[in-house]
Design a protein around this ligand. Structure first.
Ligand code: ADP
Ligand code: MG
Ligand code: ZN
Length: 477
């Protein structure tokens, strides 16, 4: 039997607002436990939530960027359950009337673009965090995260392969990052995903029974977990068994999923409209204002850089892989150097530094301004490309201008033909056997002579001038 896999993803994205969704507490990550709390987010009786307008606006941005319809009236609902990280005993979320519905994301997992429909986007508050002490029978409750704003983005079951699920996640991640509404950090949990997956005989219309997978904290692990789970479900069906609807946890070390809770224990959340919050009304004017403020997203930017800057598909993809890299590149190009040259330096030296240091491109000591100044020296023939890389490496530890560094270290390119000629003559005199061979037809030796001259001038000789002189002297003895 040939089976087809069907997947739908629920993405939780923490919104990067300064304050929480229903109180004024800070959302900053990594603060001392329970230092960003107040009676509202601690769930004290008698307090009232006040909706953070910025949260609504961020949710609207995501809705518009994914072509969702924004509901001019939406409601907050209470999702009731008991857990020690949830002091109120309910989470404020949205249920019947979410802020936005019916959008889509276009993804490409290598088989051409495919549209994955988005069922809904809703706003909700995050719960707190439990930490467990391995040495003692103690659990700690940290309420800094309670009330941090989230949006949940729920896809339709349109995804057909684990690779496509990863591509969809990357697309949602990219949109959130370019909209500047979520930092996208999967390890710190500001971008989380639950993956629903089922299998069915190919050609069958009806969906199979699904499992919901949790606990995957990287794109790679989402793909691995789905691969494993699809194989598992097919094996169950092939054995004549039945897939049961359940939540399963991914164990990255073991490379497998395991049942967490079955349907018997499934929650009944007793959703009902939150009587403390008025229906949220969004007028057309507000929607249009947010729409007009949307930035260019990765997809559009990539197309534009290919057309306007003449970048290749591969180059444009690397440059638009993150908003920081794109911003760095565009800032440097705006200062004058050739786009393709900037692209090479950004994808090479600048990203190389970021990868090696583990920091963002925006923190590279060679700022777009300094890179542009360096490239100008190259363009003016003051230094060669090879020396430019040496100067770049010095600039990482030295805050002076590239011109200042070149001056101090004596790295100026030698274009003076008299000076180069002296070195060329020395090289030819010291390698008479090679000169004979060259004149006998081994013209490949040109590279050897150029190398010798460059070595003697410590890379400072103008390569064109070296080539020219060597040619003259070797061909016309
Ligand atoms: P719940 O709230 O219980 O998680 P939802 O109806 O909101 O359930 O569905 C959650 C996700 O599961 C959605 O992304 C949806 O596309 C996906 N989904 C629903 N049914 C299936 C199925 N049979 N196979 C795979 N995915 C499914
Ligand atoms: Mg779910
Ligand atoms: Zn608070």
């Amino acid at each position: 039997m040939d089976y087809e896999a069907v997947m739908g993803l629920e993405v939780h994205a923490q919104l990067s607002t300064e304050s929480k969704i229903f109180c004024g507490c800070s959302t900053r990550f990594g603060a001392p436990q329970n230092s960003h709390v107040c009676p509202v987010c601690m769930g004290m009786p008698g307090v009232l939530p006040v909706l953070n307008r910025q949260v609504v606006e961020y949710a609207m941005r995501m809705a518009l960027a994914t072509g969702c319809r924004i509901n001019t009236q939406s409601r907050f609902a209470r999702k009731n359950y008991f857990y020690p990280d949830l002091p109120k005993g309910y989470q404020i979320s949205q249920y019947e009337l979410p802020i936005a519905e019916h959008g889509a994301a276009v993804v490409d997992a290598g088989q051409g673009p495919r549209t994955i429909r988005i069922l809904r986007i809703h706003m909700e508050e995050d719960a707190g965090k439990l930490t467990h002490d391995p040495g003692r029978p103690v659990s700690r409750v940290d309420l800094n995260r309670t009330g941090v704003p989230l949006i949940e983005i729920v896809s339709e079951p349109d995804i057909r392969s684990p690779a496509e699920a990863a591509a969809y996640l990357r697309e949602i991640h990219s949109i959130l990052r370019f909209l500047d509404i979520c930092d996208g950090n999967m390890e710190e949990g500001s971008f989380r995903c639950d993956a629903n997956v089922s299998v069915r005989p190919r050609g069958q219309e009806e969906l199979g029974t699904r499992a919901e997978l949790k606990n995957m904290n990287s794109f790679r692990n989402v793909e691995r977990a789905l691969d494993f789970e699809i194989e598992r479900q097919i094996a169950v069906l092939t054995d004549g068994g039945k897939v049961i609807q359940e939540t399963r946890l991914w164990d990255a070390d073991a490379g497998r999923t395991a049942a967490m809770r079955g349907k018997e224990e499934a929650h009944d959340y007793r959703y009902f409209p939150d009587p403390d919050l008025l229906p949220l009304v969004i007028d057309e004017e507000w929607i249009e204002r947010v729409r007009a403020s949307l930035p260019e997203l990765a997809r559009e930017k990539k197309d534009r850089l290919m057309v306007e800057h003449g970048l290749s598909d591969a180059d444009a993809s690397v440059i638009t892989a993150s908003p920081e890299v794109a911003a760095y590149y565009e800032a440097a190009v705006a200062l004058g150097p050739q786009a393709k040259t900037v692209c090479n330096w950004v994808t090479g030296a600048v990203m190389g530094f970021a990868n090696a240091s583990g920091g963002p491109v925006g923190e590279c000591p060679v700022t777009p301004e300094r890179l542009a100044a360096l490239l100008a020296l190259m363009d003016q023939g003051v230094i060669s490309g090879k020396i430019a890389k040496t100067v770049f490496d010095l600039m990482l530890k030295d805050s002076r201008t590239p011109a200042g560094i070149v001056e101090e270290k004596g790295l100026k390119q030698v274009s003076d033909s008299g000076a180069i000629e002296t070195v060329v003559d020395e090289v030819l005199a010291a390698n008479s056997k090679e000169v004979e061979a060259f004149r006998g037809g081994k013209t490949k030796l040109m590279g050897f002579f150029v190398g010798q001259v460059m070595q003697k001038t410590r890379g400072k000789a103008n390569p064109q001038a070296v080539n020219q002189l060597l040619k003259e002297k070797l061909e016309k003895p």
